[in-house]
Ligand binder design. Structure first.
Ligand code: SF4
Length: 438
C-alpha cells in the first residue's frame, strides 16, 4: 500500500449501485425512483472539509480512481502539501503478499512523521471490495493507542455505495460527535452545524452578536482539536441541509434542533436568524432592525441578476441535497419557475420548513432513475438545468443550458453578502448562451 497524492486531471465519478431509501415521507406528491443514478460519491466532501479544519488530514483508503477524483476536484498542486492523500492498495496487497493492516499502519506512521501539524487524521473508506474488507474502525482504534494524545485518528466512509456527494461531510461530522466535550448546564448556547467558508462564518458571528444571541460555536470548527461543547442547553441551527445523521447524533447528545429555512438569499437568511432569535426570546423586530441594511444590500445584488432569471424555467437533477432550498431562493427571490426539483434523499426533519415554501406546481423527485429523468427533462425543455458534470455536456449538446451542481457546493453561497453571487451562478450560463447567440 502506498500513500500518494494523485495527479490525474480526469474528473471521474463512478457508477454506483441502487440505494436503499431513508425517506420519511412528504405531504407533497413526490416521484420516488431507485434506478441508476449519476452522482458523485462522498469523497468529494474532503475538498471543502480539509480547507475548513486546518489541523486535520484526510487519508482515503482506496483505488487510483478515488485518488483521481479527490485530486481533480480539489485542484491542489502536490507541492502545496495538501492535507489529503490516498493510500492505494498495491499489487502486493491484492495478491495477499502483504498484510494490509500493517501496510496501513506504516503509511499512517510515515505520514504523521512528515506532518507534525496534523492533530486529527481521518481514515476515509471507499468502495473497492479490497477496501471494504479492511476494518477501518479497528484500524483507527489500533492507531489511537499509538498516537493519542498527540493525534486523534477517526474513520468514516466516503464510499459511493454508501454515500452521495455531500453525505461525506455528514459522515465526517458524525464521526466527530462522540468527541465533543459534554457540558451539563442548561444555559443556552448556539451551535451552527455545517461547513461555512471562514468569511461567511465571520459575517454570521457579527449578526448573531448584534442580535444578542450567544455564545455561538461552529461545527466543524476551524481547528479539529477545538471541538465545540454540547449539552442540554445547546440549540442546533443547520447551515447545510445534508447533515441528517450528524443532526440526529447531536440531538441524541442532548441538543435541540431549531427548525428553520437555510440561509440562502435574503429571505432564507432572515428566517434562519429569526429561528435562533426566537429560541433566545428575542423579538422579530430586533432581527429586522439588525438585518435591514445587509438584507437590502442582498436584494439589490439579486435584483441585478433577477432581470436575467425571471420567468425562466428550472429543472434540478438530484446531487447535492441543496436542491430544495436553492429552488426556494430561485423561485421567491429571482422569479424563476420550478419544473422538477430532484434530491438524492428527502428527509422531513431537515426539509419541513423548506417544503412549505415550495410552490404547489413544482414536481418533487427523490432518488433517481437517470434515463427516465432525462426523458422528463428533455420533454420539459427547461431554460436551465442543474446537474452533475456527467450529464451537463450531453444536455448542452442537445441545446439545453446547464449549471454544474458541484459549483454550488464549492462556492460561498450562504448569507446576505453572498446572495448576489448565488444568483449570478445561475445567471451565468444564460448570459453565456445569450452572448453565443449574438
Ligand atoms: S469511493 Fe467509489 S465511487 Fe468514489 S471515487 Fe472511489 S471507487 Fe469511485
Amino acid at each position: 500500500m502506498t500513500a500518494i497524492l494523485p495527479t490525474s486531471s480526469v474528473l471521474d465519478g463512478c457508477a454506483m449501485p441502487e440505494l436503499t431509501t431513508i425517506t420519511r415521507g412528504s405531504s407533497k406528491p413526490v416521484i420516488r425512483e431507485r434506478g441508476q443514478r449519476e452522482v458523485f460519491c462522498g469523497l468529494t466532501g474532503i475538498v471543502w472539509l480539509h480547507r475548513k479544519m486546518q489541523d486535520a488530514f484526510f487519508l482515503v483508503v482506496g483505488s487510483r480512481t478515488c485518488a483521481h477524483l479527490v485530486q481533480s476536484a480539489a485542484g491542489v498542486m502536490i507541492f502545496a502539501e495538501p492535507r489529503f492523500a490516498t493510500a492505494i492498495l498495491g499489487e502486493r496487497d491484492l495478491a495477499g503478499l502483504a498484510d494490509a493492516n500493517e501496510e496501513l499502519d506504516r503509511c499512517v506512521t510515515q505520514l504523521l512523521e512528515r506532518r507534525p501539524d496534523v492533530t486529527t487524521l481521518f481514515l476515509v473508506g471507499s468502495c473497492p471490495s479490497e477496501v471494504i474488507k479492511l476494518d477501518l474502525q479497528r484500524a483507527a482504534e489500533r492507531l489511537n493507542q499509538r498516537f493519542l494524545p498527540a493525534v486523534r485518528i477517526l474513520n468514516y466512509s466516503g464510499s459511493g455505495i454508501e454515500t452521495t456527494f455531500t453525505q461525506g461531510e455528514d459522515a465526517c461530522l458524525r464521526s466527530l460527535v462522540p468527541h465533543l466535550p459534554a457540558v451539563e448546564t442548561t444555559t443556552p448556547s448556539l451551535l451552527v452545524v455545517g461547513t461555512l467558508a471562514d468569511v461567511v462564518e465571520d459575517q454570521m458571528s457579527r449578526l448573531f452578536a448584534a442580535i444578542g444571541i450567544g455564545p455561538v460555536h461552529f461545527f466543524p470548527p476551524r481547528r479539529a482539536r477545538e471541538l465545540p461543547p454540547i449539552g442540554p442547553g445547546t440549540k442546533l441551527l443547520l447551515a447545510q441541509p445534508f447533515l441528517s445523521d450528524t443532526a440526529r447524533a447531536l440531538v441524541a447528545r442532548g441538543a435541540t434542533l431549531l427548525p428553520a429555512l437555510y440561509p440562502f438569499g435574503a429571505n432564507g437568511t432572515i428566517a434562519w436568524l429569526r429561528a435562533a432569535a426566537t429560541a433566545w426570546g428575542i423579538a422579530d423586530d430586533v432581527v429586522d432592525r439588525v438585518t435591514a441594511v445587509p438584507a437590502e444590500r442582498a436584494r439589490a445584488a439579486v435584483a441585478h441578476y433577477r432581470r436575467r432569471l425571471e420567468g425562466k424555467r428550472m429543472f434540478f437533477f438530484p446531487d447535492s441535497q441543496l436542491e430544495i432550498p436553492l429552488a426556494r431562493f430561485l423561485h421567491e427571490e429571482c422569479g424563476m419557475e420550478l419544473l422538477e426539483v430532484g434530491t438524492p434523499y428527502l428527509d422531513r426533519l431537515m426539509m419541513d420548513a423548506e417544503l412549505e415554501r415550495m410552490p404547489a406546481s413544482v414536481q418533487l423527485s427523490e432518488g433517481q432513475d437517470v434515463e427516465r429523468q432525462l426523458d422528463r427533462c428533455r420533454a420539459a425543455r427547461p431554460d436551465l438545468t442543474v446537474c452533475g458534470l456527467g450529464l451537463a455536456n450531453p444536455l448542452e449538446a442537445e441545446g439545453l443550458r446547464t449549471k454544474w451542481s458541484i459549483e454550488l457546493v464549492f462556492s460561498p453561497i450562504h448569507g446576505f453578502e453572498q446572495a448576489g453571487d448565488l444568483a449570478e451562478l445561475f445567471a451565468r450560463p444564460l448570459d453565456r448562451a445569450e452572448r453565443l447567440r449574438v
